[in-house]
Design a binder for this molecule. Structure first.
Ligand SMILES: [Cu+2]
Length: 192
């Protein structure tokens, strides 16, 4: 193995060397290989790793680690890569919206807005379309919003963490950037 490797390396750097010359040079390199083996046994590091791990796991961090992360990709075709999320009542969810776009953020941005059960999505996006200074979330309808991310564009990633409602049923989510909901940038969170 080593001899073949070294031979091919030598062929790259010194293509003129004859076959017999290669056999000689690889033979002389064998002792160098052996010298690298002893330092590989690093048994002294073993006790240090468990000692540092014990204090670094408080109860709070362990609970946060259990939180489910739902990754949704928003692209220039104005669709969410995830259009259905199922969740248990009271569950903590982190929604991560990843944008993939070749367009400027002013022309193509997305957000994730989760609405109350039974809220009118059309009313919400219509009112929000003119709320540009408020990241396209109509201030007067903010009471219908359960969770939302800021606007993201041009490859940005945004997140929102929320507690799933205790009441079972279907909760609509959408992108409130003007026109995107109408094209199909929406989904459903099903609590059951
Ligand atoms: Cu969008």
């Amino acid at each position: 193995m080593y001899q073949q490797l070294l031979a091919s390396m030598l062929l790259v750097t010194a293509p003129i060397v004859s076959a017999s010359g290669l056999a000689q040079t690889t033979g002389t390199q064998k002792p160098a290989d052996h010298s690298t083996h002893p330092p590989a046994d690093t048994g002294t590091q073993k006790p240090s790793t468990p000692a540092t791990q014990k204090p670094a796991t408080p109860a709070g961090k362990a609970a946060a680690g259990k939180m489910r992360i739902v990754e949704i990709v928003g692209t220039d075709d104005m669709k969410f890569s995830v259009a259905n999320i199922e969740a248990k009542p009271g569950e903590q969810i982190r929604v991560r919206l990843i944008t993939k776009s070749a367009m400027p953020k002013v022309a193509m941005a997305h957000n994730f807005v989760l609405l109350q059960k039974g809220a009118s999505q059309v009313k919400f996006v219509t009112a929000s379309a003119t709320a540009r200074e408020n990241d396209y979330i109509a201030p007067e309808l903010k009471n219908q919003v359960l969770a939302f991310t800021p606007l993201a564009g041009g490859g940005e990633t945004v997140e929102t963490v929320f507690k799933v409602p205790a009441e079972t049923g279907e909760y609509p989510y959408l992108c409130s950037f003007p026109g995107h909901f109408q094209i199909g940038m929406r989904g459903t969170l099903t609590v059951k």
